[in-house]
Design a protein around this ligand. Structure first.
Ligand code: ATP
Ligand code: MG
Length: 451
């Protein structure tokens, strides 16, 4: 790329032919750029005194007073959002997993501190900050990018729903100052990243398991394919399902945490026993950032009267503390911790200690696998459908590359070891392979355009 210096002189930057890949993930986002030497560099973001390559896809909105005393709303994103939230005396709104709402036509936005925000606007705050960080690090303006999209968005039922989600995501990029974006399927991007390690051609199956979605692609890649030029036939097919890490977390809350907070407890009512607390209150716990919506007078009243009649009032007290002290984020962190531990060990302990609430519950990996069996079944069917619809038998697949944070879950890996054997499975770059591959795709598209 050629840039103009302040004095109008032409300057060649080390980012000759700027190719940018952006993976806006449900949980984590990352940015990659192909530099002038055709090497991929990942953007890094300040985090807790150090730095990280994955930027948490969270947004924090808080109300602050300007020097003139007027109230203003300030937004923080990524690691700064979490730090801002934890440091604040008076908590604002911390929002995550926004990508999962993109196909939802009834969710156009939300009201925060009396101001209405569209979903696109909320997402654009994160994208603008991602862009800003990358521009500063690489010292180039970024106006174009190749952006990832899941094969099937969370909750999307038809291709129209997916197209609608993509158009909203495009709008969010435009609001964030991008002039144009090209979309690429996230598992295909992961395939390009894996391809960059190959010295021969392979037929590969990619499984990308994130926070919101599980995505699959079956394609032929390698240096020979690149040399002769990719053809339509190289991509055998894609498939996806809107289930991944967030759905696993919701199960942990339903099966492990909510019972400790009274979801299976009863209360005396005249001469009958009835559930102590209505189930809709526990459904709000499963999406942790909804927890703050439970801080209403109505819910406080329901809980007060439930506590008086409950057979296990201490559980209702614990639920009340969680809601009153607005510990949704902390609860989510504790759920993540126990899930991560179950990826490493066959048993773990769920530990939550914050405010006046303390919970310690042992759990085994096999219990967890039991809780997520429906999700695992849906993921499994999605893989089998891809193989069936493309007429490819597992024997023909040279390699299976598993990536994304939820690929650490042993039961997810087992779906593949059962079908393909341990030797053909490869894992790696769980949080960066998609952005890395998107940047390579952006570079390839630029070369195609130049021919
Ligand atoms: N060690 C681990 N064990 C189990 N799950 C994990 C582990 N590490 C991360 N995860 C989960 O991985 C998910 C995040 O993965 P990733 O960053 O790949 O998702 P994403 O790209 O943001 O989402 P998507 O691709 O669906 O938009 C979270 O649900 C997180 O809890
Ligand atoms: Mg992802």
């Amino acid at each position: 790329m050629v840039r103009l210096r302040n004095n109008g002189e032409m300057e060649k930057t080390r980012f000759e032919g700027l190719a940018v890949g952006i993976d806006f993930g449900t949980t984590n986002s990352s940015v990659a750029i192909v530099n002038g030497d055709s090497k991929v560099e990942l953007a890094s973001f300040p985090y807790g005194g150090g730095s990280t390559l994955s930027f948490r896809s969270v947004l924090y909105l808080e109300q602050v007073k300007s020097s003139a005393g007027a109230k203003q709303i300030r937004s923080k994103t990524g690691p700064a959002a979490i730090e801002g939230y934890l440091d604040a005396e008076e908590k604002g709104r911390l929002i995550q997993s926004l990508k999962s709402y993109l196909p939802n036509r009834t969710l156009t936005g939300t009201e925060v501190f009396g101001r209405r925000y569209t979903l696109e606007e909320l997402i654009s705050r994160m994208l603008a900050d991602l862009r800003g960080h990358a521009e500063r690090q690489f010292d180039v303006p970024i106006r174009h990018a190749t952006v990832g999209r899941p094969v099937r968005f969370v909750g999307a039922e038809t291709e129209e729903d997916d197209a609608y989600a993509v158009s909203r995501l495009r709008d969010a990029f435009v609001l964030a100052g991008f002039e144009s974006v090209d979309f690429e399927m996230e598992p295909i991007a992961a395939a390009y990243s894996y391809e960059s390690t190959l010295d021969h051609d392979e037929l590969i199956l990619i499984g990308d398991f994130g926070g919101g979605t599980s995505d699959f692609s079956l394609l032929r890649v390698g240096p020979g394919v690149r040399r002769r030029g990719r053809t339509r036939q190289d991509l055998l097919g894609n498939s996806g399902v809107g289930l991944a890490g967030d759905a696993f977390d919701a199960r942990i809350i339903r099966k492990l945490v909510s019972p400790a907070l009274g979801s299976e407890s009863y209360a005396r009512s005249l001469n009958k026993t009835l559930p102590a607390v209505p189930t809709w209150i526990y459904s709000n716990l499963e999406r942790w950032h909804y927890l703050s919506f439970l801080r209403t007078r109505n819910v406080a009243e329901i809980l007060r009267s439930a506590r008086l009649r409950a057979l296990e009032p201490e559980r209702i007290e614990a639920l009340t503390a969680l809601i009153e002290e607005d510990l949704g984020y902390q609860l989510h962190q504790a759920v993540q911790q126990v899930k991560f531990e179950l990826s490493r060990s066959t048993s773990a302990e769920f530990r939550f200690r914050d405010g006046s609430l303390e919970l310690q519950i042992p759990v085994t990996r096999s219990e967890f696998e039991d809780w997520i069996s429906e999700e695992l079944g849906a993921i499994e069917r999605c893989v089998d459908q891809l193989l069936e619809s493309t007429g490819v038998s597992p024997r023909e697949v040279d390699r299976v590359f598993l990536t994304g944070g939820s690929s650490f879950v042993p039961a997810v890996r087992r779906i593949f070891t059962r079908r393909f054997g341990e030797d053909r499975i490869q894992t790696g770059n769980e949080f960066t392979s998609v952005a890395h591959g998107l940047a390579l795709r952006a570079e390839e598209a630029m070369m195609e355009a130049a021919v």
